[in-house]
Design a protein around this ligand. Sequence first.
Ligand SMILES: Nc1ncnc2c1ncn2[C@@H]1O[C@H](COP(=O)(O)OP(=O)(O)O)[C@@H](O)[C@H]1O
Ligand SMILES: [Mg+2]
Length: 371
Amino acid sequence: MAAVTEQAIIDALRTVMEPELHKDLVTLNMVKDLKIEGGTVRFTVVLTTPACPLKTEIKASCDKAVGAIPGVTKVEVDFTANVQQGRSQIKDNLIPTVKHTIAISSGKGGVGKTTVAVNLSVGLALQGAKVGLIDADVYGPNVPMMMGLERPPEQQDGKLVPAYSHGVKLISMGYFVPEDTPLTWRGPMIHTAIQQFLRDVIWGDLDYLVVDLPPGTGDAQLSIAQLVPLTGAVIVTTPQDVALHDSRKGLFMFQKVNVPILGIIENMSYYVCGKCGERTEIFSYGGGERAADKLGIPFLGRVPIDPAIRVGGDIGLPLVVANPDSPQAKAFMDIASRIAARISVLTATASETIPVESLLQKIKKPLTSGA
Ligand SMILES: Nc1ncnc2c1ncn2[C@@H]1O[C@H](COP(=O)(O)OP(=O)(O)O)[C@@H](O)[C@H]1O
Ligand SMILES: [Mg+2]
């Protein structure tokens, strides 16, 4: 039997497409460490994110393509990930060791923005990414509580060492703003604080830096979006709130500063009975999806309303850690993967870096500012 050649394997892998990037693994330079031992072929696929939702699919395609080569008896595929540098570095060098920055925003408070920010950050870390989290919500900085960390960060050579919990590095406004600070004083503190969070915090190498923005679409949010070199923004809504109105405002705000929208998440979407598992649609089904569709932005998924999610927040043990096998945790993990995948696509198609412009053209009805 003819020996299996490296060339035959490369040729076979040229037929395996990366499903999101629509190019083959060889062209994308995603194959490394190819070894042939008799009929056993072993290689590593370098994914664009450790949170890749398509690992299983890619593995099956590799097995099939390489397995079909005469003489190959076994195919072993390993995975590793190398997150590609995004806009962050290009636009700003305050945080050159951070590859991507993701803003979590909402039209108003209480929709679960922080809950989502925390579970997504921890979810990305659980999937192997290096993750940081900035709690920029000057009006209600409760990320430390939800991450189980009340202790302020330590200093080192005049810089701040981020706190660390559940695999995530964390800095919060809450560490610096005394609880009794009047609301009117808080707004003006944001700008300087964010600057310090970028410049004076030892973040180290990060794949994703998640920013929990203050709720709303006003000046405070705009100023942060301008300071932080954002790869993209995620909009969190609840079913009652998904009226196009709010999502549109969010879209406009990020458009002003050329930040792509990664998508919409519908939180507190439906209720799953803890006893019988029956699913109840408390509000009308599909509002988030419809809003996303109308605005031409991706729908990232729905998170159910679940007392365990609230308890997890209250005791500082996010649900993805407290009960990782629950469908609710899985909802968060899937959304985290979708965001990571979308960032990979945005980065790979960096020549089209202003998708919001083209997105706006997709909107059927003409929009007016402040609509
Ligand atoms: N999916 C959910 N199920 C149950 N409770 C939730 C869910 N999402 C958020 N909560 C709870 O709702 C409250 C508001 O959430 P929070 O994340 O603080 O909102 P925001 O940051 O938008 O103000 C918190 O008590 C939180 O635990
Ligand atoms: Mg919050």
